[in-house]
Design a binder for this molecule. Sequence first.
Ligand SMILES: Nc1ncnc2c1ncn2[C@@H]1O[C@H](COP(=O)(O)OP(=O)(O)OP(=O)(O)O)[C@@H](O)[C@H]1O
Length: 270
Amino acid sequence: MTQALPTGTAAPGRIAAAVRLAGVSKAFGSGGGALLALDQVSLDVAPGEFVCLLGASGCGKSTLLNLVADLDAPSAGTIDVGGSRVALMFQEPALFPWLNVTANIELALKTRGVPRSERRARAAELLESVHLGGFAKKRPHQLSGGMRQRVALARALALTVAEGGDERGTVLLMDEPFGALDAMTRDLLHDEIERIWRERGLTVLFVTHNVREAVRLGDRVVLLSSRPGRVVEEFPVPMERPRRIDSTEVARLAATITDRLREEVGRHGA
Ligand SMILES: Nc1ncnc2c1ncn2[C@@H]1O[C@H](COP(=O)(O)OP(=O)(O)OP(=O)(O)O)[C@@H](O)[C@H]1O
């Protein structure tokens, strides 16, 4: 099943999808002991779209992101990211503790082949963009959890820099990036990621357990079934941005999605 693209998201002359999964299945192990994590998942994400993936624990959300990031190969089906540069960001920021913030970003730029002479300025620009300009010399342990995630976001963006600094064509995969943060910090980071997504024209595939977070951020919420993960339903999010996570509209759609999620989890006895 290939999902229809939301109207108006793919600009004329550009590729139709930034990410296209067609009939993707993933099994771990083989023979009788094989575990089917994903089953025939088809999903198109349009360039510049923000898609949130929701599903019960163990339904294969992280597996799906790993496949899109090319960290693992599907057992069946195809994954196409066109010419996009893909970056993955996790719940744990996983920064190098012995390097300061700037050096963590510069290292990522180095792996992208950015010449040494340009790295300092590019790192500073990226840190400004996540509002950490004043913390360049700090080491990760000197920062709050929210700040560390901002650095992780800047580093993810650094891993996708292209010639001339154009981030368009970047797919950012986010695996529960704010799951370990308190509600107020998470709220602030929702505003931040939304701004950065808009300003940089990113395509985002965002995994979360938090239904309200998915509705707060997504153009579309894609619900996966319990293992094996299949796309069971998609919910377009029509509310204007910026949305408030505690607004009535967000709560109403989140309640509908939660009911559907409960049904799905109940069906599988998870
Ligand atoms: N490398 C692996 N080898 C064997 N089984 C794996 C491997 N990676 C994932 N699995 C299994 O595949 C299933 C899907 O895992 P995955 O981590 O993708 O789920 P998830 O939806 O991200 O879970 P959660 O929401 O709890 O983070 C799980 O049953 C998991 O145990």
